[in-house]
Design a protein around this ligand. Structure first.
Ligand code: TEU
Ligand code: CA
Length: 538
């Protein structure tokens, strides 16, 4: 079986992970200094958000040189050392592959700007004006038009994200070959694979306003696989906001030679008023959450593979989002961990999740760093929204929530830096930090460690079938896994209320319990707020 099916991935957002030299910015030597910690947690793979050279308009998702490390993060020697030091601990490094767009400061774009005849012009997407304006009304994810006018040549270029992130033209075979060479450059260094940024945008057909799932998307991925991944034993995970069960099977059916797995975002959209309206808040309905996650568990089939995650660098903290980060912070953080880590698929832990780091509310837009957040704020102010309601949305959903420095200790700035952090640390760091978590045997950290270990030691967690129980229960999420005559049941109360259930007959001992309960009487299961446990019934 492919190694990545047995793996647990840990995502590092380098700018906020660990600073080593006091400039307030996390860096690669900082990551190296924390590898022993990650080994203790038990993870197999690090997904490293971009560390390439970049003007940092979107914190590194705007790359100006794919083959160089941004000096804030270190040097190529540091990167090589990270790969080697991780390898010593049995950890693979998965790099972020951002190939839907580059930075406008990338030399290809700088060349392209020189004029219509430049050989790099066609590496990007250029269109003539229509009626003196942009070619059409396509919008950027970061607000405003997706088209930017270039005075010098009298044409517009496409940017689905910021103006400083011009879209690459995947129709151009020469451009594609340059990208494949770059991918092989990294694979030759012995990395474990790639997380592929907005990969479902590469088949775009802007003239027809097709931005995701374009007609040639899968052809490009098959070509890429043939030219690159197929020659190495690596994992690939596509970031695909437009994923459906049907196309998930196309991406990750091994016979089609595209990707190992994708991130699907259906559950992530459940607390917005309509899909894609991230800032229009709605309470999560746990019955819907059960439906969506269970559908992905059961209907993805035997060939394709799921990735499992609650949060990443683009989303708020799960404990604040769907748990309770106040009275039940520890209980609810563990409950969400137990719920996810017994499912079928490859789990992803986002830095700080394993100690229950929370969102960091702001009261004014001047405290925000993220380009998506800042642009949305100004757009909504213009549209007449009140400052208060926008700030509320930001505090619930904004990307900065997950990007605050990791809280390592109760020292100044949480031990993240000896200087001034690029983004302030959450003031709860004196209480919530790695040092405290490691000292407390009942901490969230040890629940994650135990979950990672249980997955390693029990094939049922990786291979077992999945069946949802109690589908209509409003707050209890329960399911069974079965494999070779063995059966495990997972029961999670997602509410602040006590719940009473009947799950069968007799007394069972728990495999894990976030209330440290060793036995459960199945006839009268009395669940405390956010109580979660698993037991073996066969
Ligand atoms: O994210 C894709 C993306 O569309 C996000 O902007 C997402 O929609 C948004 O945060 C949720 O509303 C990827 C990266 O993960 C993100 O950090 C980058 O900003 C983006 O691509 C552009 O590279
Ligand atoms: Ca630094």
């Amino acid at each position: 079986m492919s190694w990545w099916k047995n793996s647990v991935v840990y995502q590092i957002y380098p700018k906020s992970f660990q600073d080593s030299n006091g400039d307030g910015i996390g860096d690669i030597p900082g990551i190296i200094s924390r590898l022993d910690y990650l080994e203790k947690l038990g993870i197999d793979v690090i997904w490293l958000s971009p560390v390439y050279k970049s003007p940092m308009d979107d914190n590194g998702y705007d790359i100006s040189d794919y083959r160089a490390i941004h000096p804030d993060f270190g040097t190529m020697e540091d990167m090589d050392q990270l790969i080697a030091e991780a390898d010593k601990r049995g950890i693979k490094i998965v790099m972020d592959l951002v190939v839907n767009h580059t930075s406008d400061e990338h030399e290809w774009f700088q060349e392209a700007l020189k004029g219509r005849d430049n050989p790099y012009r066609d590496y990007y997407v250029w269109r003539d004006p229509v009626n003196g304006g942009p070619p059409n009304d396509l919008e950027s994810t970061f607000s405003g038009s997706a088209w930017e006018y270039d005075e010098a040549s009298g044409q517009y270029y496409l940017h689905l994200f910021s103006k400083k992130q011009p879209d690459l033209n995947w129709e151009n075979p020469k451009m594609r070959q340059d990208i494949y060479d770059m991918i092989n450059f990294w694979l030759d260094k012995g990395i474990g694979g790639f997380r592929m940024d907005v990969i479902d945008n590469i088949g775009k057909v802007p003239d027809e306003k097709i931005v995701v799932n374009g007609p040639k998307l899968h052809d490009y991925l098959q070509e890429m696989n043939r030219e690159t991944f197929s020659k190495y034993d690596v994992m690939t995970v596509g970031e695909t906001w437009g994923a459906t069960l049907e196309n998930a099977k196309l991406y990750s059916d091994p016979d089609r030679h595209e990707l190992s797995m994708i991130f699907q975002f259906e559950h992530i959209g459940l607390d917005e008023q309509e899909n894609g309206a991230k800032w229009d808040l709605k309470d999560i309905d746990f019955v819907e959450l059960k439906e969506v996650l269970s559908k992905w568990q059961t209907d993805i089939g035997d060939k394709a593979w799921n990735s499992l995650f609650w949060n990443n660098h683009d989303s708020p903290r799960i404990v604040s989002r769907w748990g309770n980060d106040k009275e039940y912070r520890v209980e609810s953080a563990k409950a969400f961990a137990i719920l996810l880590h017994f499912m079928k698929g490859t789990p992803y832990i986002y830095q700080g999740e394993e100690i229950g780091m929370t969102n960091t509310p702001i009261s004014d837009i001047s405290e925000a760093n993220d380009i998506e957040t800042i642009n949305m704020y100004h757009e909504r102010i213009e549209k007449g929204y009140s400052k208060e309601e926008i700030i509320e949305s930001i505090n619930v959903k904004g990307r900065d929530n997950g990007r605050r420095p990791v809280q390592w200790s109760s020292e100044k700035h949480a031990g993240f830096t000896t200087g001034n952090p690029w983004q302030a640390v959450n003031s709860n760091y004196t209480e919530i930090n790695v040092e405290e978590a490691l000292k407390d045997k009942d901490s969230i950290f040890y629940t994650y460690q135990q979950l990672v270990r249980l997955r390693k030691e029990n094939p049922i967690v990786v291979k077992g079938s999945y069946t949802l129980l109690l589908p209509d229960h409003e707050s209890v999420f329960a399911y069974e896994r079965e494999y070779e005559g063995e059966k495990w049941t997972v029961v999670v109360n997602l509410s602040e209320e006590k719940e009473t259930l009947e799950l069968g007959e007799g007394t069972v001992s728990s495999i894990i319990s976030n209330y440290s309960r060793e036995e459960y009487d199945l006839k009268h299961v009395e669940l405390e707020p956010y109580e979660a446990f698993a037991y073996k019934s066969k």
